[in-house]
Design a protein around this ligand. Structure first.
Ligand SMILES: CC(C)(COP(=O)(O)OP(=O)(O)OC[C@H]1O[C@@H](n2cnc3c(N)ncnc32)[C@H](O)[C@@H]1OP(=O)(O)O)[C@@H](O)C(=O)NCCC(=O)NCCS
Length: 171
């Protein structure tokens, strides 16, 4: 298989492949099918292809009036891990968020997910300060780590933040 990774916006016909990759990666449905279908229709899901095979995907959550977008899920099929698909998806996710006017990308990762944490750190994500005084964790008790990355420069971030505030105040 060719190792060149191509990233594109997911289409509705990608739903099955995405659901399968997500199920294998997370041992559960990361999103309900109906929800995934809507996210795909909204252009919020990116897929990674190697040759003609879909090898990974990521889901972005955009909230109007906010400056921060969320990377809600990212997964690559195990046989194709370590070939740059994860990094390419992250890079494209940040570019998509910038295009839509967001200045920061954030995510949550299990504290024991070393591989993902390494990937995020290499891509420029840094640990976020905890906003809640209570330690946050997953349902099995594993602590969660919040990370974020500024995806535009400080001046653009300030302009986007002002625009987002104006929109939320309907100015
Ligand atoms: C986290 C995840 C998405 C990373 O995807 P990936 O495609 O393996 O990521 P990359 O290939 O870009 O990088 C992973 C490793 O491959 C290496 N790599 C990247 N491109 C490479 C290449 N062309 N040749 C050799 N190695 C390469 C990287 O250096 C990195 O090494 P390291 O982890 O030992 O430091 C994937 O492991 C996954 O799906 N995990 C299960 C789901 C999951 O945990 N998702 C995150 C939830 S928060």
């Amino acid at each position: 298989m060719c190792d060149t990774v191509n990233i594109r916006t997911a289409q509705n016909q990608d739903l099955e492949a995405i659901a399968e990759i997500g199920f294998r990666a997370f041992k559960a449905n990361s999103h309900r099918r109906e929800k995934l279908d809507i996210l795909i229709s909204d252009g919020d899901v990116l897929v990674a292809e190697m040759g003609k095979t879909t090898v990974g995907y990521c889901v972005l959550i955009f909230r109007k009036g906010r400056a921060t977008a969320t990377l809600d899920a990212i997964a690559v099929i195990s046989s194709e891990m370590g070939k740059g698909a994860g990094a390419a998806l992250l890079h494209a996710a940040a570019a998509e968020a910038v295009c839509r006017g967001y200045s920061t990308l954030r995510l949550i990762v299990r504290a024991d997910n070393d591989r993902a944490i390494r990937l995020y750190r290499r891509a420029g994500f840094r640990r976020s300060l905890r906003r809640s005084p209570r330690p946050a964790g997953f349902h099995d008790g594993m602590p969660m780590i919040r990370m974020h990355k500024r995806i535009v420069g400080p001046l653009t971030a300030l302009r986007l933040g002002t625009l987002a505030l104006a929109k939320s105040l309907r100015l």
